[in-house]
Design a protein around this ligand. Structure first.
Ligand SMILES: Nc1ncnc2c1ncn2[C@@H]1O[C@H](COP(=O)(O)OP(=O)(O)OP(=O)(O)O)[C@@H](O)[C@H]1O
Ligand code: NI
Length: 367
């Protein structure tokens, strides 16, 4: 991994030089697109827990190839909470599921590199990836019933990863399940351990799913809209729980959400996704204080009223491009108030516009 990092800083330096030679316009410096196959992100990269590089998740369908994720790159450092945010249909769930190789649809055609602590997850066999899933990387979903089986009691299910990955016997796994349930705030866990999922409320099911995901102390938890189906009070409690576990266990979290409020409250870093691509990536303060990509600026201009029920991000005029037939240049150009003729023809790639701040706009600071 360290040799890769050296390569990264070299290619970034080359890119910075290319940028400084280029024109200055009213939107700041114009970037020379990096060479195809260049995968570096930061000039001074830390050692990430997960390095996602140029991940493409294509689906071959009758209507053509749907490019649900199209060259996605970002890092997750150990113990950090990263938010993956964007409008509905932009590819957040496909991206997060592809990290765990969970997609099994016909026509599924992935590529790219997923370096997790020295393992290339893309290259692992089915058996090897099973060893990682639920053990070193766990996932929780919006709808807990999709992860919980209605015919087994909660204790059996929470203890399952311990039986599978750590070889615990039934009794020991059940005892451990009670402790895990206690840890996530399920009251009277020694009694509730025998309940079935339908006997749990929505919030308690979400807690049960989290306790199952945490059983093997994963290094990374992927949470896809973990609070979307919950009311605001329960949502706050679950987010607090995720943050607490992140701190206590030094567990990194990728939290997928369309809610910028969730991002502001919980995340250290933010990856903004638009039409299958990461368009901006920076720490949370920077994203809110100094957004560079016009799509991020658009999202922030339209933060919905917190008192309203409608928290969807659909404020920017125009339509998301057809992922089966994306435009030649920037795929946000036709909705972008700052677009210039160059934007129609140049495919913008993610590049460093400031220290640890990436944007996929050809302009460094459009305004
Ligand atoms: N199996 C599949 N075959 C073809 N297209 C698919 C498949 N799965 C997802 N897609 C398409 O990929 C795109 C991204 O979907 P995805 O579910 O990742 O979006 P999302 O950002 O998670 O949206 P939401 O916020 O609504 O959950 C969508 O256009 C979707 O129709
Ligand atoms: Ni989704």
């Amino acid at each position: 991994m360290s040799s890769e990092n050296n390569d990264q800083s070299m290619t970034n330096r080359t890119r910075a030089e290319a940028g400084s030679r280029a024109d200055m316009g009213k939107h700041g410096r114009y970037s020379t697109p990096p060479e195809e196959g260049e995968t570096s992100l930061f000039a001074d990269p830390d050692e990430p827990l997960l390095a996602v590089r140029d991940v493409r998740t294509y689906f071959d369908t009758d209507e053509g190839t749907v490019k649900a994720s199209d060259g996605v790159s970002f890092d997750i450092q150990p113990g950090e909470i990263v938010g993956l945010v964007g409008e509905s249909g932009c590819g957040k769930s496909v991206t997060s599921r592809s990290l765990m190789r969970l997609i099994q649809s016909p026509g599924y055609n992935p590529s790219g590199k997923l370096n997790f602590d020295g393992l290339d997850l893309m290259d692992l066999s089915k058996e090897e990836i099973r060893q990682v899933r639920g053990n070193r990387i766990s996932m929780i979903f919006q709808e807990p019933m999709s992860a919980l089986n209605p015919v087994f009691d909660i204790g059996w299910q929470v203890g399952e990863p311990l039986r599978v990955h750590e070889g615990l016997k039934k009794k020991a796994a059940r005892e451990e399940a009670v402790e895990l349930m206690r840890k996530v705030g399920i009251p009277s866990p020694e009694e509730r351990v025998d309940d079935y999922p339908h006997q749990f409320s929505g919030g308690m099911r979400q807690r049960a799913m989290i306790s199952m995901a945490l059983a093997c102390k994963p290094d990374l938890l992927i949470a896809d809209e973990p609070t979307t189906s919950l009311d605001v009070t329960i949502e706050a409690q679950i987010l607090e729980l995720i943050q607490e576990l992140n701190e206590r266990q030094d567990m990194a979290v990728l939290i997928v959400t369309h809610d910028l409020g969730v991002v502001a409250e919980t995340c250290d870093k933010v990856a903004v996704m638009y039409a299958g691509r990461i368009v901006e990536y920076a720490d949370v303060e920077t994203i809110f204080a100094d957004p560079r990509h016009p799509y991020t600026k658009g999202l922030l201009n339209c933060i919905p009223d917190p008192r309203s029920d409608d928290q969807d991000l659909s404020p920017i005029e125009g339509q998301v491009p057809d992922l089966a037939d994306p435009p030649e240049g920037c795929n946000f150009a036709d909705r972008c108030p700052y677009a210039t003729p160059e934007c129609e023809t140049t495919d913008p790639r993610l590049r460093e516009v400031d220290d640890n701040h990436l944007s996929a706009c050809i302009w460094e600071d459009p305004q």
